[in-house]
Design a protein around this ligand. Structure first.
Ligand code: ATP
Length: 456
């Protein structure tokens, strides 16, 4: 199955979804750039989350906060003292490892340390390894011209802390009453010791997080509610149910303040791994910021006349991990399907939901002589859908090119189109073809955009 990852990484590069960052300088480990198709798909993915979490609800509002926050934020949140991974260095070749990379499938850090003490460096073969040492994952920087301790700041390692520090401003200005949520999409940075698995674990990534503030007596109910909502969202994007699962954390995995945490996991080519975390966090976060800032972050209920510090249910998912999920889940190779133009070759197809497909409709003039009316047609569709115009190669080749990037509809304009004002619409998944009147095309595509219809 590692093979599948190679195919996906290669397709992502070849077709302009994702490039290695700074490739001409040899790349920089743990950083990636999204190309023309990648950026379209990523935007659609974020729009889908925003629609599902914010737009469709009257009790969740949005926020967009700065990446650099007051350093006190990270002291209050516990990140300065606790946000670290145990790492091990080879004294000879200087290679650095995460301890759980050296000793896999062992939950207990003490046993991992014992096993590491008895081993040699797997990189150079004979170097001695240091004992595991904690390594803080936050990127440090300086704010202003002085590079001294008073100017130290951090790039945020998660987006949610500013949701907590802005809780009061948002609650007052939006006039929301508890229970309500605050959602944010944005970049986060973690100096991961071993970035790996393409965009699964990188050093700069995007998160989509939502903090739902509730009365402490109601947190269990809302925790269950959000687990189901979030699990459903991945399925609404077409991810196959058998590739998804919910994994409740064991008691020993939970932070001391947390009442519960459940991961949505996806079956990546190397096995099930975390995609999203949903956590029942109690009122730890607001209490920490209240204590450190000295500001009142409690809530007064007009109905019950009760004043309390709200509890929080958090949903936290990576944009990039979801992107990788969609690519892995959508990737298919059809062995010699009966195809257009008698071509009988293997077909690579991304069965992406039209909601996230980078291009919705590709338009093909059968001959270059027919380009002009097709350009016109494309312009008329652009207001509604992302489109592409492709006039090179055989029609079969053009279909293949678009199958590989997940374009749901291919529209061919031929010499008959001149006479009957109809075009051939070809469906990506079923390869079914239909003649559709040009003046009905917009309607036709709109009516057929759900993946169910596409599968025929
Ligand atoms: P992991 O155990 O995989 O490091 P985590 O439990 O530290 O993840 P959280 O802090 O819960 O992750 O972050 C929430 C989500 O943010 C994760 O489920 C994941 O989708 C995403 N995420 C976290 N770290 C990274 C990373 N280094 N690269 C890409 N996405 C990430």
């Amino acid at each position: 199955m590692a093979d599948l990852m190679e195919k996906i990484v290669s397709l992502a590069k070849r077709r302009g979804f994702i490039f290695q960052s700074s490739e001409i300088y040899g790349g920089i480990n743990g950083f990636w750039d999204y190309g023309p198709l990648g950026v379209e798909m990523k935007k659609k993915l974020k729009d889908s989350w925003w629609k599902s979490v914010v737009q469709m609800r009257d009790n969740v509002v949005g926020l967009d906060t700065s990446i650099v926050a007051h350093p006190q934020t990270w002291i209050a949140s516990g990140h300065v003292s606790n946000f670290s991974d145990p790492m091990v260095d080879c004294k000879k070749c200087k290679r650095r490892f995460r301890d759980d990379e050296l000793v896999k499938d062992e939950e207990d850090p003490k046993i991992r340390a014992e096993k590491i003490a008895a081993m040699k460096c797997p990189n150079c073969g004979d170097g001695e390894l240091t004992a595991p040492r904690l390594f803080n994952l936050m990127f440090k920087t300086f704010v202003g011209p002085m590079e001294d301790a008073s100017a130290v700041a951090y790039l945020r390692p998660e987006t949610c802390q500013s949701i907590f520090t802005q809780f009061k401003n948002v609650q007052i200005t939006s006039r929301q009453k508890i229970p309500f949520g605050i959602a944010q999409i944005g970049k986060s940075f973690r100096n991961e010791i071993t970035p790996r698995n393409f965009i699964f674990r990188s050093r700069e990534f995007e998160q989509m997080e939502m903090e739902f503030f509730v009365h402490p007596n109601e947190s269990d109910k809302w925790y269950e509610f959000w687990i189901q909502e979030r699990f459903q969202w991945f399925q609404s994007l077409g991810v196959k149910k058998e590739n998804l699962r919910l994994r409740p954390h064991r008691a020993d995995e939970l932070a001391h303040y947390a009442k519960g945490c459940t991961d949505v996991e996806f079956k990546f080519p190397w096995g099930f791994a975390e995609l999203e975390g949903i956590a029942n966090r109690g009122n730890y976060d607001l209490t920490q910021h209240l204590t450190h800032s000295g500001k009142d972050l409690s809530y007064f209920s007009e109905e019950t006349k009760e004043k309390f510090v709200p509890a929080v249910v958090e949903t936290s998912v990576g944009v990039d991990r979801t992107f990788l999920t969609l690519l892995c889940d959508a990737y298919h190779e059809d062995e010699a399907p009966t195809t257009e133009e008698g071509e009988n070759e293997k077909r690579v197809v991304l069965r992406l939901s039209p909601e996230v497909a980078p291009i919705m409709v590709a338009l093909f003039p059968l001959s270059k002589k027919l380009s002009e009316p097709v350009h016109k047609l494309e312009h008329s569709l652009r207001k509604h859908f992302s489109t592409d115009f492709d006039e090179s190669g055989s029609i079969g080749k053009r279909y293949r090119r678009h199958d590989e990037i997940g374009t749901p509809f291919g529209v061919t304009y031929d010499f008959d189109s001149e006479k009957d004002q109809k075009v051939t619409v070809r469906h990506r998944d079923t390869m079914k073809q239909e003649r559709v009147a040009i003046d009905q095309l917009l309607r036709y595509v709109s009516d057929n955009v759900t993946s169910d219809n596409l599968k025929g």
